[in-house]
Every structure is written in structure tokens, then in C-alpha cells.
Design a protein around this ligand. Structure first.
Ligand code: S3P
Length: 431
């Protein structure tokens, strides 16, 4: 499905961002390995977290859904059944990388498959440490899905300094560590999102410039009874849309503001964005706030590479913001973007070039010469079936000279099924 996006004269209103994708996945997986029942409210209806629920059902976990409430009867660490069919993770890297830690740790006989995009993303980063832990896991060419997992005796504890700042890799090793008699220790020098540590209530302590986190069979897995916060990464599209439009005022209710995820809020503030944060509270083990953004005059910024793991999913929309900040903005150290649902550095460069932005693509980043009065050219934007490319291109197109087309626009359903409705709700069309 292609979608026409018209330039808009005004963006205003109040929306509830979709339930957080990262927290939804984890709430369901952790509820499954706990020995109690959990009731998770506001579970994400998006395709990726739904893939996680389907995989858990195949593993013999009872999952009852009523609207956005999901009841999961925990089977404990040793209660999984070997599934008859491969576990289909769809487009979801989080499902494959986190769940592989659980099924490999538990020694479930199974295979894990994904769509074309997921099957081309490296799984070597999880296969290697899991093999070190004594798990019987391998992939196609030792690197890609399908992953094949076999039963084995016990899990060897490892001490694992993370070779890349990745919450998915950190979580995979910690989850497998839950099946070992001795504690597995993961050392993180550059901090990535910490939902796994929070929601599992794992022990962690400062270590060097980062922290050390431990998991073992002794750890009691808490039940997961809370309402999933709104997705900060989805809200970020509106934070930028509000900031770059001359006539904008957007309220984002109940948005997750986990400090390991919210760097782009402060980056945009430093660029001059006018934001407010109110109604700060805790929802379960995660902080939540209402966010407000209005029209702003943005300044350029050289992004500190140390912040990248904290805003990895927001970098595409941050690039859009940089196009409207007068002067030179620079992103470096973002090579990891090339390993997402698509090569997001190359894809964003193509989108921004089509819009007529002044950019230079680098191996690990991008240089953007922004203009306050930048008028993106009307274009047919490719998305490579990547939800974040589609949403970034749509926000860009709302500032366009004429109607643009977003290809494969239905891919927003991966994380934000209501995106197009929300755009409609907030927009006052020019044409
Ligand atoms: C995620 C972690 C990030 C992020 C992804 C979700 C998670 O990936 O890009 O969308 O839920 O743990 P990496 O940790 O591999 O960078």
C-alpha cells in the first residue's frame, strides 16, 4: 500500500503513543518464564510484539488476550514444550535475539525463522556467546536465521564484556544466564536501554564507565503486572514534527521516558526545541510522563557518539530535524544503523536526497547542512518495508512543497499501527 502525504499547515492535538514495543516483548517473555500468572495491560497490538505472543503460544504458554490486556500463565524456566513448527519471529529482531536466549538456555528443541529482512540480519552476535555458554545453537552459515536449537546439559556461566552496545545482545546473554547455576556477568561500557534489568529486577552495579549485570538460576523471576507505557520511540516522530512546523502544538500522553531511552528529548532541547514534561510517574518499573511540543527554531548539533545507543531508533527522525536546523549537523559512530530492519543510514540518505536536502553520507554517519526554511521536494519515498523509514519520510513530507508518496506505508504496523490515523488527527491539510 502506498500513502499520499500532503503538506500540512498546522499540527495540533493530543494523542496516546502506541504501547512500547521493547517493553511489550519483554513483559510477555518474562511473564512466561515466571512461575506466576501475569496481567499485562496496554500490550502493543503492533506486528512485532504480536510475533512474540505467537512464539510463546507455540512453546506451550497459555496466552489470553482481551483487547489490549494480555494474561499469561507463567510456565517457569523449565516448562516450555518443544514446538511442532519453527518459531516465526516475522520482522522482529527483538523477538529472535531475546527469545533465542530463553529457548537456548532452556534447551528447547526448536528452530527460529523470520521474514526476508530478519533473515538477512546477523545473529552471529547472539550465537557466539550462547555457544560459549554451552547452548546448542547454530544458524545458516553460522550467522543468519533460521536458527536451530537443541537440548543440552546445563548453562555455563560466562563473564561477557559486550562487544557492541546492544540491548538485544545484553538481554539475550542475561536471559540464557538465568538457566545457569553460577552467575553470568554482562559488562556494559556504553549504556543501552535497561528494560530487561528493570523488569526482571536483576542485580547490577556500576563498573568502570558503565555497569555489570548478573543473572543466574537463583534469581526469582517477578510476575509482570503493569500497564505498558507509551512508546517513546514512536512519540519521537511527533516531537520532531511539532518542533519543525511553524504552527504546531502536540500533547503526547503517557509516554515512557526511561532515561536509557530518552536522549533524543534532550538532544532536541539542546537544538532549541520547545518541550514540556508533566505528570511524571512510575508505571510498573518504568517512568512515564506527558510530553508537549510546540513550534521551535532549531539550531544544528554535532551529536556525541556516546549517546547513540540511547537514541539508536530515533536517529532517522533526528536526521529529519537536522534538515530544518540552520547550519551543519553531524552524526558519527552510528554504524549500527546499517544493521537494522534495513540499512538505515543508506535509506535515510536516499530519502533526504530525494527531498533535496544538503547531505553527505559517511560510513558511520551523516553530515547535514540544514536550513530553517527548508522545503522538501514532493517525491515518492522508498521505505524498504522499514517502519521507521516510512514514518520519518511521512514527517518530512508534511513540510513538502506538494503531495508526496510513501511506498509500502503499511509497514508502520510493525511498531505503530495507528500512525496514519494519528497523522490525520493532528493535521490540518494545506491541499
Ligand atoms: C531493542 C534494542 C535496539 C533497538 C530495537 C529494540 C530492544 O536494538 O534498535 O528496536 O528492545 O532491546 P539493539 O539493542 O540491537 O541496538
Amino acid at each position: 500500500m502506498n500513502k499520499a502525504v500532503n503538506p500540512v499547515a498546522k499540527l495540533s492535538g493530543e494523542i496516546l503513543p502506541p504501547p512500547d514495543k521493547s517493553i511489550s516483548h519483554r513483559s510477555a517473555m518474562f511473564a512466561a518464564i515466571s512461575s506466576e500468572d501475569s496481567i499485562i495491560q496496554n500490550y502493543s497490538p503492533a506486528a512485532d510484539p504480536q510475533s512474540t505472543l505467537e512464539c510463546l503460544k507455540q512453546l506451550g504458554v497459555e496466552v489470553q488476550k482481551e483487547n489490549s490486556t494480555v494474561k499469561i500463565s507463567g510456565v517457569g524456566r523449565d516448562g516450555f514444550q518443544n514446538p511442532d513448527e519453527p518459531l516465526d519471529c516475522g520482522n522482529s529482531g527483538t523477538t529472535m535475539r531475546l527469545l533465542s536466549g530463553i529457548v537456548a538456555g532452556a534447551g528447547v528443541e526448536c528452530s527460529m525463522i523470520g521474514d526476508e529482512s530478519l533473515s538477512s540480519r546477523t545473529m552471529k552476535r547472539v550465537i557466539a556467546p550462547l555457544q560459549k555458554m554451552g547452548c546448542k545453537i547454530d544458524g545458516r552459515d553460522g550467522v543468519y536465521a533460521p536458527l536451530n536449537i537443541h537440548s543440552h546439559q546445563g548453562v555455563k556461566a560466562i563473564r561477557f564484556p559486550l562487544p557492541i552496545a546492544s540491548a538485544q545482545l545484553k538481554s539475550c546473554v542475561l536471559l540464557a544466564g538465568l538457566f545457569g547455576e553460577e552467575p553470568t556477568a554482562v559488562i556494559e561500557n556504553v549504556l543501552s536501554r535497561d528494560h530487561t534489568e528493570r523488569l526482571l529486577e536483576l542485580d547490577s552495579e556500576p563498573y568502570g564507565s558503565g555497569k555489570i549485570i548478573r543473572s543466574s538460576r537463583d534469581h526469582v523471576i517477578p510476575s509482570q503486572n503493569y500497564s505498558v507505557p507509551g512508546d517513546f520511540s514512536a512519540a519521537a516522530f511527533w516531537l520532531v514534527a511539532g518542533a519543525i512546523h511553524e504552527n504546531a502544538e502536540i500533547h503526547l500522553k503517557g509516554t515512557g521516558v526511561n532515561p536509557s531511552r530518552d536522549a533524543v528529548y534532550y538532544i532536541l532541547e539542546e537544538m532549541g526545541a520547545s518541550f514540556k514534561k508533566t505528570n511524571n510517574k512510575l508505571e510498573g518499573r518504568e517512568p512515564v510522563s506527558d510530553l508537549y511540543v510546540e513550534s521551535s527554531e532549531l539550531k544544528p548539533l554535532h551529536l556525541d557518539p556516546a549517546l547513540i545507543p540511547n537514541c539508536i531508533d530515533e536517529l532517522p527522525i533526528l536526521m529529519v530535524a537536522m534538515c530544518f536546523a540552520e547550519g551543519k549537523s553531524v552524526i558519527t559512530g552510528a554504524e549500527e544503523l546499517r544493521h537494522k530492519e534495513t540499512d538505515r543510514l543508506a535509506a535515510m540518505a536516499e530519502i533526504l536526497n530525494l527531498a533535496g536536502a544538503d547531505i553527505e553520507l559517511k560510513k558511520d554517519g551523516i553530515v547535514i547542512e540544514g536550513k530553517r526554511d527548508f522545503k522538501p521536494k514532493a517525491a515518492t519515498y522508498p521505505t524498504y518495508h522499514d517502519h521507521r523509514m516510512a514514518m520519518a519520510a511521512a514527517v518530512l513530507a508534511t513540510k513538502g512543497t506538494d503531495s508526496s508518496t510513501i511506498t509500502h506505508a503499511d509497514c508502520t504496523a510493525i511498531s505503530y499501527p495507528n500512525f496514519w490515523n494519528h497523522l490525520q488527527t493532528l493535521s490540518d491539510s494545506v491541499i
